[in-house]
Design a binder for this molecule. Structure first.
Ligand SMILES: *[C@@H]1O[C@H](CO)[C@@H](O)[C@H](O)[C@H]1NC(C)=O
Ligand SMILES: *[C@@H]1O[C@H](CO)[C@@H](O)[C@H](O)[C@H]1NC(C)=O
Ligand SMILES: *[C@@H]1O[C@H](CO)[C@@H](O)[C@H](O)[C@H]1NC(C)=O
Ligand SMILES: *[C@@H]1O[C@H](CO)[C@@H](O)[C@H](O)[C@H]1NC(C)=O
Ligand SMILES: *[C@@H]1O[C@H](CO)[C@@H](O)[C@H](O)[C@H]1NC(C)=O
Length: 320
């Protein structure tokens, strides 16, 4: 089913990036305002130019590629806001250099971009419903039958829910996300997601409930089993470990994230740690994946910024 490629990061990043400047275009913003999306603040003017990206430069500009929607991770922004939060600048730059236009590449910031709020962000109704509206707006605005999606880190587990739809049980409230969008997504790429949670969340969830990001309902709790999450041993295989209800629900939901699903991660991920293994399996491997790529030597952010060629190849594979 899947092939394992161990690639060197240095082989995948060999171009000079052009500066990517947000926010969304005037044309897109005007369209959003006139189609009832003004309250969702998709341009994220509070963050400045890094808050969003995409849209036609002139009215009626043609769109020839399948549009791509990018969903960033916890604390990040749509495009680079500083050297730590690089957003989707590297990917957008690469796609622009390979024939895409800004009218075919879309991103909005979710969350407040305050670094020390990272531990407060969860897969909550407000975030998932807002991103769902963004998907709907891009589909309508571009008039596309289908889009491609590239997601990173917490953006992977947010975007998967946006597409799978259904009910969301949050720590704050419960809500419905709507019907699945499986047939509206062609290629789905999930980079360094924590689909089975994070081992570091297990102790935190018990000891520091204020770290909502790790909570057992809609956070990254990876569950308790016999032994230890990172030191998984063969005798634990087969044990039924209950982890975050949100993540269990996502992984059990049969709706596809796209017609082709690809996962990517790095054994040197400094945020997920432990080679991305959680209870003996890769937390970054989306269960519905058609294929995956494992890098040996990339940090959590480099897994997004230094793999643009692989992202492009996965998208183009299905395009042709
Ligand atoms: C990036 O993160 C490091 C480590 O947390 C911090 O020392 C540095 O000030 C940050 N840089 C910016 C531009 O925020
Ligand atoms: C959400 O649904 C769950 C399961 O039905 C329920 O236990 C919980 O109280 C609900 N939460 C809220 C905030 O209504
Ligand atoms: C997913 O959505 C499609 C199209 O709306 C629908 O036909 C299908 O029944 C849905 N699948 C599930 C499992 O909900
Ligand atoms: C879990 O296993 C890892 C790897 O074997 C080991 O380094 C670590 O100390 C263990 N942690 C606990 C809490 O036992
Ligand atoms: C990748 O490998 C190089 C050379 O071995 C090393 O200097 C660098 O620290 C490594 N980077 C990461 C993120 O592990």
């Amino acid at each position: 089913m899947v092939s394992l490629q161990m690639l060197l990061s240095t082989l995948t990043f060999g171009f000079v990036a052009t500066t990517v400047v947000g926010p969304i275009s005037k044309d897109f913003k005007t369209w959003l305002n006139s189609y009832g999306y003004q309250d969702y603040n998709f341009d994220r003017s509070d963050i400045g130019a890094s808050g969003s990206y995409g849209g036609r430069q002139t009215a009626n500009e043609a769109i020839s590629h399948r549009p791509i929607i990018f969903i960033h991770g916890n604390s990040d922004t749509a495009v680079a806001s500083n050297s730590n939060f690089t957003g989707w600048s590297a990917s957008i730059s690469y796609f622009l250099q390979n024939g895409y236009t800004p009218a075919e590449l879309y991103a909005t910031t979710w969350g407040d971009n305050v670094l020390n709020h990272f531990a407060l962000r969860t897969h909550d109704c407000e975030t998932v419903q807002r991103l769902r509206k963004f998907f709907e707006a891009v589909l309508k605005y571009t008039n596309a039958d289908v889009v491609d999606v590239i997601s990173h880190s917490m953006g992977v587990t947010l975007a998967r829910k946006v597409i799978k739809g259904g009910n969301l049980q949050g720590t704050d409230k419960n809500c419905s996300i709507g019907a699945n969008l499986s047939n509206k997504v062609n290629v789905f790429i999930g980079i360094a997601g924590a689909n089975y949670g994070l081992c570091l969340c297990n102790d935190i969830a018990a000891a520091m409930p204020e770290y909502l990001t790790c909570n057992t309902v809609n956070g990254f709790w990876s569950g308790r089993g016999n032994g230890n999450c990172t030191g998984f041993s063969p005798e634990n295989i087969g044990q039924k470990i209950k982890y975050s209800e949100y993540l269990m629900d996502l992984n059990a939901n049969p709706n596809l994230e796209g017609q082709k699903v690809y996962s990517m991660w790095s054994k040197a991920d400094d945020l997920i740690t432990n080679g991305c293994d959680v209870w003996g399996r890769s937390t970054a491997l989306i269960p519905t994946s058609n294929d995956f790529v494992v890098f040996s030597n990339l940090t959590h952010m480099e897994s997004k910024d230094s793999t643009v060629r692989t992202q492009f190849e996965f998208i183009s594979k299905k395009s042709s």
